[in-house]
Design a protein around this ligand. Structure first.
Ligand code: ZN
Length: 150
């Protein structure tokens, strides 16, 4: 599955959605998009050409290319995704882990909020939609380590 593939993560897969965004996938998380009804979820998947990721067998069975995950544990879910052909490795930051918005590199002279490092010293990205700053810090390293086995 190429990084161009757009994804739709069903409820309960929020953490997985964050990881997939860090891998560069355009990933909508159904509850964030206000999608609770099965028909609405399928309608968006079809309209956007998104591959549905779900733990709900019935929901998954209704889409030709859905990936149905059976594990509860995050590592096992990642293994299931890898087995389904989803490439799992971190990409240059391009998608907001919070909202799936596009990230852009912050210029070294920009003022940054307290929680983020100085962009003159560290590469920092900002979400165009929600404004959240990202950098390749300890959380990034943790996720990189978690994904290293796939
Ligand atoms: Zn955002």
């Amino acid at each position: 599955m190429s990084r161009e593939q757009r994804l739709l993560a069903d409820a309960m897969l929020g953490r997985l959605a964050t990881y997939l965004r860090m891998c560069g996938y355009d990933t909508v998380y159904a509850p964030d998009a206000g999608l609770t009804d099965d028909d609405d979820i399928h309608a968006l998947a079809r309209a956007d050409g998104r591959t549905l990721l779900t733990r709900d067998r019935e929901l998954g069975a209704r889409a030709a290319d859905a990936v149905v995950l059976t594990s509860k544990n995050i590592d096992d879910k990642l293994a299931e995704l890898a087995a389904a052909g989803v490439e799992l490795s971190l990409a240059e930051p391009c998608r907001c882990g919070n909202c799936n918005g596009r990230l852009e590199r912050v210029s070294p002279t920009t003022e940054t909020p307290e929680y983020a490092p100085d962009p003159a010293e560290t590469d920092v990205w900002q979400c165009r939609s929600c404004g959240q700053r990202f950098w390749q810090g300890s959380h990034w390293e943790d996720v990189a380590g978690r994904l290293a086995g796939y």
